[in-house]
Ligand binder design. Sequence first.
Ligand SMILES: [Zn+2]
Ligand SMILES: [Zn+2]
Ligand SMILES: [Zn+2]
Length: 144
Amino acid sequence: MTKQAQELIKAYGLRKTSCRLDILHLFLTNEHALAHADIEQTLNDRYDRVTIYRTLYAFKEKGLLHSINDVSGAIKYALCQEACDQHQHYDNHIHFSCTACGQTFCISEVHIPPMQLPAGYKADKLHFSAEGLCKTCSQATAQN
Ligand SMILES: [Zn+2]
Ligand SMILES: [Zn+2]
Ligand SMILES: [Zn+2]
């Protein structure tokens, strides 16, 4: 797993630091999106919040992570799964927020279709979010 993080850092032309590797490892091992606070909570004995903030910013700039405006108002980050690079992000998929566990997931299987806007409007990014029960939580509910 750490090897995967190292390969990604290299592939995206980033300088390898232990903070970058550790943060990337967190994203690779979690299925859901992570907020700054989640990362800080896990790694706060090793890196301060500014270092974590700068790392997230660098990852976003390079097209490695995209940010999600969660329905709760929190900003979360998730790995880019498409051909994102430092020039543009192509994460036109739905973000699903679970009302039971509070986690946010990228639903990369569902793409947002191009939207016909009135003349004069030019959208750079579309935000689509869905709310409900995630895979894990809906299974837990079904068993009860
Ligand atoms: Zn992206
Ligand atoms: Zn859930
Ligand atoms: Zn996403």
